[in-house]
Design a protein around this ligand. Structure first.
Ligand SMILES: NC(=O)c1ccc[n+]([C@@H]2O[C@H](COP(=O)([O-])OP(=O)(O)OC[C@H]3O[C@@H](n4cnc5c(N)ncnc54)[C@H](O)[C@@H]3O)[C@@H](O)[C@H]2O)c1
Length: 382
């Protein structure tokens, strides 16, 4: 099957590499010839490195499967097209509608959107039943998780087709309902949002919160380090889109601290400054390694994450098993959040959330109805 990729940026080039390494002929299309040229050079360099490591016999052979195109009519013979262009609904809709004029009726159309509605993208097509979401994680060749998101119009048989194909590509597929942020970008929001809230309230500084999450939560990176790494142009925009798409549910409310960074162009590591200053020789402030404070911070962020995962289960966003897979494979959490809830005890998690709710009287801290049910008799999820 010929695979078409729209957009040769970070994600498009990465997905193209995965498809070509799985043996498919790949047509990589971008309307910006400079971006296309950059992708061609970086794919070639990457494949040579992979060959040198002995993971593929010939970089040239994989490269020969690529066609680089600056016109979408190159897609004519494709069986699957994955779109990875700018995260703007109107532009994605226009591109889907254009591409549909070029391809045959059997061609499946997928979007790699992080936060837009697949249903609304599908609505721009004359055959919306052929559209679904295939959400890869960055960098696509290294991250195993792929969220498969059927729109309400999607032909149901496409789900198992997509699942089988992703398994053949060496990926770990999970299925998510077409709701804002799907699984990972919804459930992970409190990791960032609650950390910023704790900082804004002056409970602890950023390095202390980062230390608490790595020391007690066993996360690979603290929230501020991670947000700086992802970049505020990506991380803040996802938060804002999820918040707006959830009809302004206060659980997903963005922060001014992060918005100001974006406005200043302090995008994080890539611009040399974000929450932290990456100029050479700038020392990070030392964390306050008070174990009681560290445990309290880690517990507060963790129960917010657990509540989010439990509520996603409650609302049928994904199965319990897919929720666990998504958070451990998509964002490398040290443990699935439902299992974590079992380990801590649903009653203890509920108690902590209720105490936050009583302290703040904010809807942000409302416990999921399912967590409340599980807490009765302290039932296990996993
Ligand atoms: N970067 C991430 O971490 C990440 C992770 C998962 C999903 N995504 C999603 O993947 C998509 C792409 O993200 P990215 O980070 O690769 O973006 P990017 O900016 O690196 O690349 C986008 C590419 O699309 C091209 N493009 C823009 N409009 C086009 C059009 N009309 N026709 C053809 N090409 C066009 C641009 O020239 C550019 O090369 C977005 O929807 C994003 O939300 C991003």
């Amino acid at each position: 099957m010929i695979i078409g990729i729209i957009g040769s940026g970070a994600m498009g080039a990465g997905i193209a590499q995965v498809a070509a390494m799985a043996g498919h002929p790949v047509i990589l299309y971008d309307n910006n010839t400079m971006a296309l040229d950059k992708a061609r050079k970086s794919l070639s360099a990457t494949l040579i490195k992979i060959q040198e490591k002995g993971k593929i016999p010939s970089a040239d052979e994989v490269l020969s499967r690529f066609t680089f195109a600056d016109k979408s009519d190159a897609f004519a013979g494709c069986g699957l097209i994955i779109e990875a262009i700018v995260e703007k609904l109107e532009i994605k809709k226009a591109v889907f509608s254009d591409v549909e004029k070029v391809v045959g009726p059997e061609c499946i159309l997928a979007s790699n959107t992080s936060s837009l509605s697949i249903t609304s993208i599908a609505a721009s097509c004359s055959l919306p039943a052929r559209v679904l979401g295939l959400h890869f994680f960055n960098p696509a060749p290294l991250m195993a998780l792929v969220e498969i998101i059927p729109a309400i119009q999607t032909e149901p048989s496409l789900i198992s087709l997509a699942k089988d194909l992703m398994l053949k590509w060496g990926k770990i597929p999970v299925i998510a309902k077409d709701t804002p942020g799907f699984i990972v970008n919804r459930v992970a929001r409190p990791f960032y949002g609650e950390a910023i809230r704790i900082y804004e309230e002056g409970i602890a500084d950023m390095t202390t919160i980062d230390w608490a999450m790595t020391e007690f939560g066993k996360f690979k990176m603290g929230p501020f380090t991670l947000m700086d790494y992802i970049g505020h142009d990506v991380n803040y925009i996802v938060t804002e889109t999820v918040f707006q798409s959830f009809f302004f549910d206060p659980r997903y409310k963005p922060s001014f601290s992060q918005k100001r960074l974006l406005e200043a162009g302090w995008l994080g590591r890539k611009s040399g400054k974000g929450f932290y200053n990456y100029a050479e020789g700038t020392p990070l402030p030392a964390p306050n390694q008070d174990p009681e404070l560290g445990k309290a911070i880690s517990e507060r962020i963790l129960v917010m994450l657990i509540n989010e995962a439990v509520d996603a289960l409650h609302l049928g966003v994904a199965t319990a098993s897919d929720l666990e897979t998504a958070m451990t494979k998509g964002v490398n959490y040290p443990c699935g959040l439902l299992k974590w809830c079992d380990n801590l005890g649903a009653d203890k998690c509920l108690e902590k959330l209720d105490s936050l709710y009583h302290e703040y009287h904010e809807d942000r801290y409302r416990a999921s109805a399912l967590l409340r049910k599980q807490a009765v008799g302290n039932k296990n999820f996993v």
